[in-house]
Design a protein around this ligand. Structure first.
Ligand code: GBH
Length: 479
């Protein structure tokens, strides 16, 4: 490992999300989220699974905290289930004190163990009632007002104890997977064999816009009503993969790489750091990309105290010579696993989209830092699945050398970005503390550093990577 170069207070730990771990969907007054209802539609989730039990963290949160402690984690990033706190979701709907109490108890348990809570307000599980009532994320006026109210309820209840807030996890996924491909809840798409409703060419761009405005509105609430007393930080978490040209000699492939980063990352970060969408998106999408109202962009521009970065992998990018299809969302290009020479971007994993390439992490950290004026970055997710893990013996599962290697090389890449590329990275949350409900892939794909035995009372057993990640950080954080 490299030298001890990360700041003494570097915040590292593990991440999870409410619907992926909690279970207990009907307990203590919780109502459905769009993921509960989406899972009931036949064919949407591998193995017809759902989050009804998941890791049972609603009942086992003390075990989760004990695990974190055992791993020497300094922080824990988790998300709140909005429909546990305000079951019907809206600003005039009742608040469910029991649901709120669960999170107060979890935060107290973390603090008792000297673990810093980092809270995501929204990790995709919108109260289903809001989708039914007014179209959920598609309805800017209603959604923004309801999200603003929900965020205020949460800041008020938890803000004395929580100093790191993330408004939205990966708005790209809510927009594109929820409203273009239909792979994620609420499953809208133009493909009528998959969904009766949806317009893949327009809805995702409106949803992304609405999420940005809602983010800005919640940040305003926090900064005006809570931050002066509570003194925390707030930001949004964006996903993004690194890109390499399919043919580095072809300027069109090099240009396509930049366009891919703009369509997937700068779509959200440019309005926040620069006050408008990237020109490449405006050019391809025309009036399907919403225009900024002055009041809305005033909320959004400058709204990040930090940049939350989720990152997993890289791809080769090849330009296209044809005109963009109306449903295209990546910038009219091909995203590939192999380059012109037939070299793979990285080894295969259980996730078709994920091939590790640690140098890409270093490069993307620098790209984000350079484009946005050197923001403070917290890496809020990074991790990998492992090919065939679900079918391995217990012994093999617990000896997850591939995952340990992934973390080691990615942490080294981050250290290089920090010490050699002048990137201001101050935290890192590994995905995930434990195996959990992997959305449309059900329980087939495991991302945990802890094995969860779904057939045996959700028993948790730390894998090798759970033990080693703490060693990697001990080697690179200053004493
Ligand atoms: C994270 O997203 C999520 O925040 C987390 O909840 C999840 O468990 C974790 O990844 C592991 O998957 O299927 O070809 O349409 C990571 C970013 C972006 C990765 C969308 C998967 C889908 C590609 N994700 N991508 S595809």
């Amino acid at each position: 490992m490299p030298e001890k170069v990360l700041p003494r207070d570097f915040l590292w730990g593990f991440a999870t999300a409410s619907y992926q771990i909690e279970g207990a969907p009907y307990e203590d007054g919780r109502a459905d989220s769009i993921w509960d209802t989406f899972c009931r539609i036949p064919g949407k989730i591998a193995g017809a699974e759902n989050g009804d039990v998941a890791c049972d963290s609603y009942h086992r949160y003390k075990e989760d905290v004990a695990l974190l402690k055992q791993c020497r984690a300094r922080a824990y990033r988790f998300s709140l289930s909005w429909s546990r706190i305000i079951p019907l979701g809206g600003r005039n709907d009742p608040i469910n004190e029991k649901g709120l109490q669960y999170y107060i108890d979890l935060v107290d348990e973390l603090l008792k163990n000297d673990i810093v809570p980092m809270v995501t307000l929204f990790h995709w599980d919108l109260p289903d009632n809001l989708d039914k009532r007014y179209g959920g994320l598609l309805n800017k006026k209603e959604f923004v007002a309801d999200y603003e109210h929900y965020s205020r309820v949460v800041f008020k209840a938890l803000g004395d104890k929580v100093k790191y807030w993330i408004t939205f996890n990966e708005p790209w996924c809510s927009s594109i997977l929820g409203y273009n491909t239909g792979l994620f809840a609420p499953g809208h798409t133009s493909d009528r064999s998959k969904s009766a409703v949806g317009d893949s060419s327009r809805e995702p761009w409106q949803v992304g816009h609405n999420l940005l405005v809602a983010h800005g509105a919640a940040v305003k609430v926090y900064r005006e009503e809570f931050k002066p007393k509570q003194g925390g930080q707030i930001g949004i978490t964006l996903n993004g993969d690194w890109v390499e040209p399919w043919d580095p000699e072809d300027p069109a492939d090099v240009e396509a790489c930049e366009r891919k980063l703009e369509f997937s990352i700068a779509w959200f970060s440019d309005p926040i750091y620069h006050g408008d969408y990237p020109a490449s998106m405006r050019k391809q999408l025309g009036d399907r990309l919403p225009k900024w109202d002055p009041e809305d962009i005033a909320l959004v521009k400058g709204s990040n105290d930090f940049y939350g970065m989720n990152h997993y992998c890289a791809n080769y990018i090849k330009h296209k010579n044809t005109e963009a299809e109306p449903d295209d969302f990546i910038g009219n290009l091909e995203s590939l696993m192999e380059n012109k020479k037939g070299e793979s971007i990285g080894p295969e994993t259980q996730s078709v989209w994920l091939r590790p390439n640690a140098l890409g992490f270093r490069k993307l950290l620098k790209w984000i830092s350079d484009r946005n004026g050197r923001p403070t970055i917290y890496v809020t997710e990074n991790g990998t699945s492992l090919k065939g893990e679900n079918d391995m013996s217990m012994e093999e599962i617990l000896k997850d050398d591939f995952r340990a290697w992934y973390f080691k090389t990615y942490i080294e890449a981050m250290v290089d970005a920090s010490s050699k590329d002048n990137v201001d990275v101050r935290g890192y949350m590994a995905w995930s503390l434990m195996d959990n409900f992997e959305w449309a892939e059900g329980y087939e794909t495991r991302f945990g550093v802890t094995y969860v035995d779904y057939t045996n009372g959700q028993k948790r057993v730390p894998k090798k990577s759970a033990k080693e990640i703490g060693d990697y950080f001990a080697a690179v954080i200053k004493d």
